[in-house]
Design a protein around this ligand. Structure first.
Ligand SMILES: Nc1ncnc2c1ncn2[C@@H]1O[C@H](COP(=O)(O)OP(=O)(O)OP(=O)(O)O)[C@@H](O)[C@H]1O
Ligand SMILES: [Mg+2]
Length: 250
């Protein structure tokens, strides 16, 4: 199963969800691949201790621009491998915009060759609706949309839902929404109002599990670890475990 983790808004918890789901599932013995397609390369920097020494040619940049096979690296988490990203990917969108040949399917054509080796593939998307996100959606079976509290955050769902529909129509009729995941939940009125609006508007898609705002997540990343390794009893670790059970019955 190939799952894109996306939102149009920045900083909603996409990368955190990508790291936590992929590491959590890999720790259960399932062979898992995380593809980082965001030029910020945040997931790559957490999961690859030697990230600064990885050349651009050994990142997703080579696949998107040069159509080379996906460069796969081992992580420190057992059963979890990663295709890292690179800052130069930020220039790619302009090149893809002017490319005429299957610019939406560069990731898919390489991923299709290797995805049979994995039980789960996650793609950490950038916070923009670019050709990179379209590549991720074209290569995916499912899209997990991450939403954090706030008016702008809720508003961004309209746009991402439209992009999912357009990709379904033009590039990938199999793509389905896996769900809307509410993250960074806390005891404020803003959180309860946002969650209420989300549940009223998108009832059937909103996942039961809600991820709390919890500093252990930030500390784990600072320590270059996933939250299960850093603090398995943290509120956020328990919530991500609940999410894994809700989504995958693991
Ligand atoms: N549940 C949480 N509680 C507290 N902090 C969190 C939580 N989830 C994520 N964070 C922190 O919030 C920040 C943004 O999270 P993250 O990088 O996962 O979001 P993102 O959607 O991937 O951002 P971008 O759009 O820039 O790619 C990070 O510093 C992260 O450590
Ligand atoms: Mg991110």
């Amino acid at each position: 199963m190939v799952i894109s983790i996306a939102s149009q808004k920045g900083g909603t918890g996409k990368t955190t969800t990508s790291i936590s789901l992929s590491a959590g599932i890999a720790r259960k013995g399932k062979k898992t691949l995380l593809i980082d397609i965001d030029s910020q390369a945040n997931a790559s920097k957490v999961l690859l201790p030697n990230y600064p020494r990885i050349a651009v040619g050994a990142t997703i940049h080579a696949t998107i621009l040069k159509r080379e096979p996906l460069p796969i690296h081992k992580t420190s988490v057992p059963n979890l491998e990663i295709v890292p990203s690179h800052i130069l990917l930020s220039n790619t969108d302009i090149e893809l915009t002017t490319a005429i040949d299957h610019r939406e399917a560069r990731l898919k054509s390489e991923l299709d060759r290797i995805k049979g080796q994995y039980e789960y593939v996650f793609i950490d998307c950038p916070p923009t609706l670019s050709w990179l996100t379209i590549n991720a959606f074209t290569a995916s079976d499912k899209a997990l949309i991450v939403v954090s509290p706030g008016y702008f955050e809720l508003d961004s769902i309209v746009q991402i839902s439209k992009t999912v529909k357009e990709v379904q129509e033009y590039f990938n009729p199999h793509l389905q929404i896996l769900g809307f995941l509410f993250t960074m939940s806390d005891a404020t009125l803003n959180t309860s109002t946002s969650l209420q609006v989300l549940r009223q508007t998108y009832t059937e898609h909103v996942l039961k599990t809600v991820i709390p705002r919890n500093t252990d997540i930030r500390d784990a990343h600072m320590n270059k670890q996933d939250v299960f390794a850093f603090s398995p009893k943290a509120k956020s670790a328990l919530a991500y475990q609940k999410l894994i059970t809700e989504l995958f019955e693991l």
